[in-house]
Write a protein that binds this ligand. Sequence first.
Ligand code: GCB
Length: 609
Amino acid sequence: MQKSIYRVFIICFSLLSTISYAQVTAIQNIQSRKILSLNGKWNYIIDPYENGYYDYRHEPFDQSKTGTGGFFDDRVQKDKTELIEYDFDHSSLMNVPGDWNSQLEKLELYEGSVWLRRKFDAKPEKGKKYYIYFAAVNYEAHVYLNGKKLGVHKGGFTPFQFDATNKLKAGENSIILKVDNTRKQDEIPTVNTDWWNYGGITRDVYLAEFPDHFIADYKLQLVKGNNNLVSFSVKLADATANQEVTLSIPELKLEKKYKTDGEGKIADEFIWNNLSLWSPENPKLYGVNIKTDKEDINDKIGFRNIEVRGDSIYLNGKSIFLRGISVHDENPLLAGRLRSEGDMRMMLQWSKDMNCNYVRLAHYPHNEEMIRLADEMGLLVWAEVPVYWTISWTNPATYANAKQQLTDLIVRDKNRASVIVWSVGNETPLSDARLSFMSNLVETARTLDDTRLVAAALEVHREGNTMVLNDPLGEKIDLVSFNEYAGWYWGGTPAEITKYDFNIKYNKPVVVTEFGGDALGGFHADENTRWSEEYQEALYKNQITLLSKIGALRGMTPWILTDFRSPRRQHPIYQNFWNRKGLISETGKKKKAFYVLKDYYNQMQAKYK
Ligand code: GCB
């Protein structure tokens, strides 16, 4: 009974969140707003039994009453007789941003709740609005300010904010989060993945101040298929009409003034000739300024066009080959989520060292900073949501969650020229329910952004020595992308890879999303010995021969740039909780296969000059 009430609630909630998603997506370009960083050392309490959230009858502590026991009260003992069984002030500190698994040995494999608290000073001004903004918290965050709940957010890789205007005090404030990274079947991602389930506040936290009628969102990009037609739109946080907004790009001597309509919006398209178009060879970004009488927002934006015609991909009208590599948001050298710009630069520079012009940021939205660096360094991007493997396809709340995460990703990164593909998922098993779930996500992506390609990493099945791709989702997406593991999971040796051929139902550009095999860096043997660098090297050589049979091959992102941690990988000698398919080891050493791929990419670069 209780369960069905909960279900109705979830359905209503998901409907609500679908209807009002525009209000709940994160504010555009937070870095350029008036922000106070709340990064730093936060006190934490590990709470595996959720003792700070539920009473001994497992009822949630009453939010409306203080002193009931909830850790969000942040109580301090007033006299020696008082019993309080927690104490934030004397709890240890952890770095935020930072996953907890890599900061504390006892949390390495922890999945559950941790409370985090930080105090900060504020001087709220009358008439201003205040939001607490999180760039990402994995997975479920309950957020409290000065003992009062601001809200709950689910989804580990996308930004969100809560309105704190009425709860922020002059002087000292205390923000508390209960973060829970428990894996659950009905969530996105679901229980089974092949990456470490890093919990915590993994990206930046800010207190952001806004004037009335502030700019919540804007978009500045080329219209699809036209290298001179610029589309510009703005959305205020409320429906204020006649708000003046000025767009300027000083380098182009471009300045345009607008007034918002009755919905607080602006939408314009205008011709601008002689734009220097963004590409990996010319990662040109223009300084952009968007101003009102109360706000001054700066951004760096590139302009480019991406299109598919027949079986080719065109960037600014020129046919391209995507020389890519898949990348996880993890630093192999220190293990843990990428923590800083330096970490992110290292990953992207390694990709460039291999002569890549493209990265697949698997399997979930990476840090906004990563996309901005890709813009700056000239790397095209495949961006993905964690709709991975066996999602609960028939649960409406699960779908609403996936849709929200996709929406948040697109809203956040739509001004980044580097992003050319929105991927709605990876290796999802065929069924009618899955097809409708995935097709609806494809529709969502197209509705939110008609300028980029929409794709998914599909699977092939084998009929004898033929790899067949006839997944009906292939109809709806722009690329033929699939993962295949000939020479690794499919048994045999690298030599057997080239016996395969392909039967691909769709006449679209083929961009292979994964192939690969494990090699323990520094382990050398003959090319038939599993786990050796020589095996991986031969596998890459033969995979390249195999994939070159596909006439429509327009790119690939082999699996993967660096070794990464995964609880699924248990071989005591070769894995030890590491997936070893990296072309770079966990000590940063390039394996032999790195150079095979690099050679191939040099050839493809010459071919597509
Ligand atoms: C895959 C998955 C990827 C895994 C990889 C592997 O097909 O998409 O997430 O890590 O295979 O190593 O098995």
